[in-house]
Design a protein around this ligand. Structure first.
Ligand code: GLY
Length: 568
């Protein structure tokens, strides 16, 4: 399905074909947003058409899904600066055809000079803006370390994977209408929060089709191409980050950067009615919460009740409430605190959490506490499945849109504001309204708790779905609902991601629904006693489905953004 045709967006295209040269598959000034494709060999779904095309080009050149995921992420860092990044972090979950499951954690960490009270004033009040904007909001970026940790599963040389991103940064590309709007909206912040001029501000307001040129980012990417991870964490790039920190009273040091490590973790896997759900463990809360919510609804006849029926929606809301209460109490970086993971994932415990569930009656977050046992919104997701059946699901983030809105000086990339994902003070909500506790308090070197939930669904050994979404605190509920929309309610991939979503996160005690959520269900929820509030779009889910009988891949990009798919 083709939504928007962008032709002749800029005066000149450096990729423009001429008679003697082959046509470059990446046309930075002539591209379409494709919402759905069904293809036999390989598919990529991401937040930007050019990034999805880069991923497919890598598959066509003989790369596997991991190669394509690396190249797509690097391209997103250029063409989708609001969330694509090298100055942030993320998680990669993969299922390889050799049977291996992979989870790579490249979440940002708190700088060595960070402390639990760093965002409190002398009276102990939280100054929450400090963890959201500017130099102090940034954690140590993990993306480049994650990409090099992923390289061990890739087939192609790294230079092949990063070259498209370098080209896009150096020669520019035509921006979409939504990117133009976002850049204009952030202009005052870019001017306030940077000490040097940035590529994201120009004299006249941005408009669709304008060329975004990022020569400094191209130079940084070239250093990474030539020197590997050291091209980012050491030398010129590290010096540029540290210099920007010093000019802006930030606290990231050269040692912080040199000491950063990505970690390979054991992917979290659980069974749901014969499917294996493969997802991200801590420091993402996503996997544990997803396991809890799926476990809480499993015994109910959701398919019979029907999609968006008041009964089904209410049950799912109550599962969401309980999982988010546990999240606030127990979850944090497992390398720093003892998290009772086995208990939280225990079937009996999960069932016991629903003992006080009253069908068709609103629960209460005052009464629902975390369980007891013995003892921005902005992020971006990409999904890939290749011809062999390797599946990759990556969610990566700067946290808020354009992160801290601070560029790493001459290195030309935006730094994250991931420090806001810590609990700056027990009970004080972060930018997503999430509260936390001791478990997610700030400590040097600690990873802040995430909600990112890159997920793969297996039947036997075959990957049937790769999915995930941005959306801050709503990520987990979006993945939960997308899974039930397909596995229980039988919706097509397009309907599963595009139909209106709802969200409950324990506190505040309200159900947030998208504007097109059905009125009849909304009124039924109000009659049950729920406070229902309408809100803007929830997530931008990307999904790829493999149909086992035909082995065809259907890739769908969310209707809510410039999300776009490609395949062959
Ligand atoms: N920054 C959003 C998340 O990691 O949950």
């Amino acid at each position: 399905m083709r939504y928007l045709i962008m032709i002749g967006l800029a005066a000149g295209s450096f990729f423009t074909a001429c008679a003697q040269q082959p046509v470059d598959p990446i046309q930075p000034f002539h591209y379409n947003i494709e919402k759905e494709v069904t293809v036999p060999r390989g598919a990529v779904a991401s937040a930007h058409p050019l990034a999805s095309r880069v991923g497919v080009m890598i598959l066509q050149q003989g790369g596997n899904a991991v190669d394509a995921a690396i190249a797509t992420q690097l391209a997103l860092a250029v063409v989708y600066p609001g969330a694509g990044n090298i100055g942030g972090g993320g998680f990669l979950v993969a299922h390889l055809t050799n049977g291996r499951n992979i989870a790579i954690d490249y979440r940002e960490t708190a700088p060595a000079k960070a402390g639990r009270d760093m965002y409190l004033d002398s009276a102990g009040n939280a100054i929450t803006q400090l963890s959201i904007d500017g130099h102090l909001a940034a954690g140590i970026p993990g993306t480049i370390a994650g990409i090099f940790a992923s390289m061990k599963y890739a087939k192609l040389p790294f230079s092949k994977l990063i070259d498209p991103a370098i080209k896009l940064a150096a020669k520019g590309f035509a921006i979409t209408a939504s990117e133009a709007g976002n850049l204009n909206a952030a202009r005052a912040d870019f001017e306030r929060l940077n000490t040097l001029p940035t590529a994201f501000v120009k004299e006249q307001p941005w408009k669709a089709g304008d060329t975004l040129l990022q020569p400094e980012l191209a130079h940084t990417l070239t250093l990474i191409r030539n020197k590997g991870a050291a091209g980012f964490y050491e030398g010129e790039t590290a010096a540029a980050i540290v210099a920007e920190m010093q000019r802006g009273k930030g606290i990231i040091t050269a040692d912080d950067l040199k000491n950063y490590r990505a970690k390979e973790r054991e992917a979290l896997a659980f069974n749901y009615k014969g499917y294996t759900i493969l997802t991200m463990p801590l420091p993402s809360s996503g996997g544990i919460c997803l396991r809890q919510m799926m476990g809480m609804v499993e015994k109910y006849p959701l398919a019979t009740w029907g999609f968006h029926s008041p009964r089904a929606v209410q049950l799912m809301i109550e599962a969401e409430r309980r999982a988010y209460a546990d999240r606030a109490q127990f979850l944090g970086d497992p390398d720093f605190i003892k998290v009772p993971v086995q208990q939280l994932m225990n079937k009996q415990y999960i069932t016991s959490r629903m003992q006080d569930f009253e069908p068709m009656k609103a629960g209460s977050s005052t009464l629902t506490k975390a369980g007891v046992f013995p003892e921005s919104t902005e992020t971006t997701h990409l999904s890939i499945i290749d011809a062999a059946g390797n599946a990759v699901s990556v969610t990566t983030t700067l946290n808020g849109h354009y992160g801290s809105k601070t560029v790493a000086g001459k290195a030309g990339f935006l730094l994250n504001n991931e420090m806001d994902d810590f609990s700056v003070k027990p009970g004080v909500p972060n930018m997503y309204g999430l509260v936390g506790n001791e478990a997610n308090a700030i400590a040097p070197g600690k990873r802040m708790l995430s909600s990112m939930t890159p997920t793969i669904v297996l039947k036997g050994k075959q990957a049937l779905y790769s999915l995930g979404t941005p959306g801050g605190s709503t990520i987990i509920t979006s993945v939960f609902q997308t899974l039930l929309n397909t596995l229980e309610f039988g919706l097509s991939p397009a309907n599963a991601i595009n139909k209106p979503k709802f969200h409950h996160q324990w506190l505040p005690d309200e159900v947030a629904v998208e504007a097109d959520f059905p009125d009849s269900t909304l009124q039924a929820l109000q009659q049950m006693g729920y406070k229902v509030v309408k809100r803007g779009p929830i997530g931008h889910t990307e999904i790829i489905q493999r149909t086992p009988a035909t082995r065809q891949l259907t890739a769908v990009g969310d209707k809510r953004g410039d999300d776009s798919v490609a395949g062959f």
